[in-house]
Design a protein around this ligand. Sequence first.
Ligand SMILES: C[S@@+](CC[C@H](N)C(=O)[O-])C[C@H]1O[C@@H](n2cnc3c(N)ncnc32)[C@H](O)[C@@H]1O
Length: 360
Amino acid sequence: MTNVHEDVQNYYGQQLQQTTDLKTDACCSKADVPSFIKDILKKIHPEVVAKYYGCGLVFPPKLEGCRVLDLGSGAGRDVYILSSLVGAQGYVVGVDMTKEQLDVANRFIDYHTKAFGFEKANVEFRLGKIEQLTDDSGMKTNSFDVIVSNCVVNLSPDKKKVLQQVYEMLKPGGEFYFSDVYADRPVPEDLRQNKILWGECLSGAICESDLISGALAVGFTRPILVATDPIGINNVELQKLLGDIKFTSCTYRLFKSKSIDKSTNSDDKLGALVTYQTSIVHYENEFQFNESITFKLHGEPQYLNAELVKMLRMSRYSDNFKFEPITDEKQIPNTTNQVSNQQKSNDQSSSSCCCRPGTC
Ligand SMILES: C[S@@+](CC[C@H](N)C(=O)[O-])C[C@H]1O[C@@H](n2cnc3c(N)ncnc32)[C@H](O)[C@@H]1O
């Protein structure tokens, strides 16, 4: 075990007892919670809620019946919300390396099974490291529809390994949807050695360029940004150490590549006009694909470039959309700035700097 793992276990197992013990606001999500999630939250045990250390919302649409894995599930708040969203036919596994966190999560399995009205539990918690998922003989590779994680990858000393392990565990076409802490520049080594700053999810913060290169290297589609929230440190002493570094909570979605039926995608080279045509429960009005593309149900078709069309077609969302391939460049509408901006910001950041779009 590396020292980083031991230090993080100590931070989350011994030093912190609840959210209010955190020394900064990095692991405290400020994101607006949709009303259907608020309704589920009312059923989550207060002891579990009090030990929430997440920085975003990790509940993508269309989870009913899915097998979901939560990396670094902590006291289990998100696993229990996901339990309700996947329903009795779905299943959620939480993995965490800190025994004290896992003990809390395990203590409330029966409570939530009853609260959600299920006959039997649809969750389990496993002690383990997110860099070693494939070593756990209790979990099969290629077996999860969705993998989520909330404010955990930044704590890993080997983020590339985590991406590779996530790829192994997902089914082809499966989605990795995760919120984490990003820095607008590499964090200097002396700050990376600071155990409190690491435990607070700051000095191990991810660089967007590393996420993109790491994801593409293991075979994921290009990560797409779904949501961002600036992070305030709110601690004078720690802020002084961190200086000008800016931290942002970002939620990304990535898909595990899957070959798509040739008959459906052969005409997608120039992209397609895409319509959200069959509604998904809780998303009856609109579906947000990334930070700048939101589809209205039965709304105007939106142009997606070939890369984004491929992602949507390979995903579990595919059946809810109508794709009209573009056959002539002249048909590509002028209003493509949303797509090209996302593309441009990804391309820029994948060169050398680790800036988040808009932060430097
Ligand atoms: C910031 S907390 C987030 C917990 C949970 N996702 C939540 O939102 O409340 C980080 C959690 O990740 C776990 N963790 C950190 N690094 C890990 C690793 N390499 N493998 C497994 N668990 C890890 C810690 O034990 C801790 O419970």
